[in-house]
Ligand binder design. Structure first.
Ligand SMILES: CCCCCCCCCCCCCC(=O)SCCNC(=O)CCNC(=O)[C@H](O)C(C)(C)COP(=O)(O)OP(=O)(O)OC[C@H]1O[C@@H](n2cnc3c(N)ncnc32)[C@H](O)[C@@H]1OP(=O)(O)O
Length: 184
């Protein structure tokens, strides 16, 4: 993976620990928002990522490239593939049980991805330092051990739930996330 110093954990960065009360190994991860382009079940042309965590620390998910995801005829758009990387990484920080947002996302495209291909996605954390989390992801074509078509490295920044309430739709968050106090 070609990655910059911004997405490389600094010396002394901590390792991620499974959050108490987080999803049990093997359990499916639900969508964080029904209208999300990445995981929302209500989104008509979204990626509809369905994810599980095998170990409470990493996330695996599948995304089948559809007609709505094309750039060149018959091939996935690079921005859509980056969105899939962003989403699976976002799901993996969701395991921390604290809200994070993408600060920087770096993507390597290794092979074209035809419409109809199922990408097998995996994301994991490489380090945590203060509010910063360092993460990586890959997408393999056709099967979990297929060729790597896309790779990403990211810096995510921890924010409070008030970030989403202040900048987004506070009512929609409250309706879907009764477990969080969005205006503490
Ligand atoms: C309904 C459900 C609700 C739950 C939703 C779940 C979400 C799931 C979503 C899933 C979808 C997938 C996820 C999505 O798509 S999330 C959507 C895409 N991302 C965003 O919209 C984020 C937009 N940016 C911001 O809001 C602010 O800039 C943030 C909050 C990130 C930081 O502003 P804030 O004022 O708070 O803090 P700070 O500026 O002091 O920065 C703090 C530290 O971080 C460093 N830094 C920051 N940025 C960068 C950068 N680009 N490169 C390098 N470094 C960067 C910075 O230097 C500093 O370091 P240091 O000086 O301390 O060393």
């Amino acid at each position: 993976m070609t990655r910059s110093s911004v997405t490389t954990p600094p010396p002394g960065a901590g390792r991620l620990q499974a959050a108490p009360g987080g999803p049990a190994p093997g359990s499916p991860l639900g969508s964080h928002y029904g209208d999300c382009f990445g995981c929302g079940e209500r989104h008509p042309t979204g990626l509809h990522l369905r994810a599980t965590t095998p170990d409470g620390l990493t996330v695996v998910a599948e995304f089948t490239v559809g007609e709505a995801h094309q750039g060149a005829p018959g091939l996935a758009h690079g921005g859509v593939l980056a969105a899939a990387m962003d989403e699976v990484i976002g799901m993996s920080v969701w395991l921390f049980q604290r809200p994070y947002v993408t600060g920087r996302l770096e993507t390597d495209y290794l092979a074209p991805v035809p419409v109809g291909t199922t990408l097998h996605l995996r994301a994991w954390c490489t380090g945590v330092s203060g509010r910063k989390a360092y993460l990586e992801a890959e997408g393999r074509a056709g099967s979990p051990d297929g060729p790597v078509a896309v790779r990403a490295a990211a810096l995510f920044i921890e924010v409070g739930m008030e970030h989403f309430a202040r900048h987004g739709d506070a009512k929609a968050i409250a309706d879907e996330h009764h477990e969080y106090e969005v205006n503490p």
